[in-house]
Design a binder for this molecule. Sequence first.
Ligand SMILES: [Cu+2]
Length: 258
Amino acid sequence: MYDNKLHRMAVLLLTFLPMACGGGESAEAPTDEVPAAEVAKAAPDLSEAAAVSGKVSFEGEQPRRVRIRMGAEPQCEQKHGSAVYSQEVEINENGTLKNAFVWVKEGLEKYSFDPPAEPVLLDQDGCVYEPHVFGVQIGQEIKIVNSDPVTHNIHPVPRNNREWNISQSPAQEFTRSFPRQEVMVPVKCNVHPWMKTYIGVVSHPYFAATGEDGTFELKDLPPGEYTIEVWHEKFGAQEQKITVGPKESKELEFSYKG
Ligand SMILES: [Cu+2]
């Protein structure tokens, strides 16, 4: 008698439990909100990619150009044929600033980006780093070459990445990469105190260094809200917020004052 009652209760439970769990609205119903830890980062959808372009202008008095005295290294000095000036502040003829680094500082955190297979070239030519300011993606290789008949010493001084220091004789080359985002990593040469370059190590491909016309272009950008930062060695960093919709192109101008 007692056993039969228990048995009936067990049958009832087994009959109704699957219904309670499987159908209707329960308190445990899933929502659209996925806990942050469970969101897998993926490459963005670029089918309706946007773009941000613009320029970095300079107003005010142009600072006096600083001459580099290279007499200690005559083989480098001869390569130039004329006076060599510091690359710290270079104002272009159209009133823009060269060697400013523009990048997307915020807004791409939910995506992941593979580093390009192609390395970035860093040359030492005439005891000057070329380029003076450039960007790489995390994990992207930097191919470092020495076009001079003298020995250099590459010495990055990062805050978030590991510091290293390698002597490089003529015609030697090697590659290195950085595992963590850092804007900017200063690099010096221990042999020639005037030699400096700055590397922007970024977790994504949306960055640019201004050249002779002071412009930049961040293309193939997923639509979204972004903070764009510009960094300059002498004049510091500035940022602006921008929102770009699907297939939208927007212009952005940064301005430094001397
Ligand atoms: Cu050097």
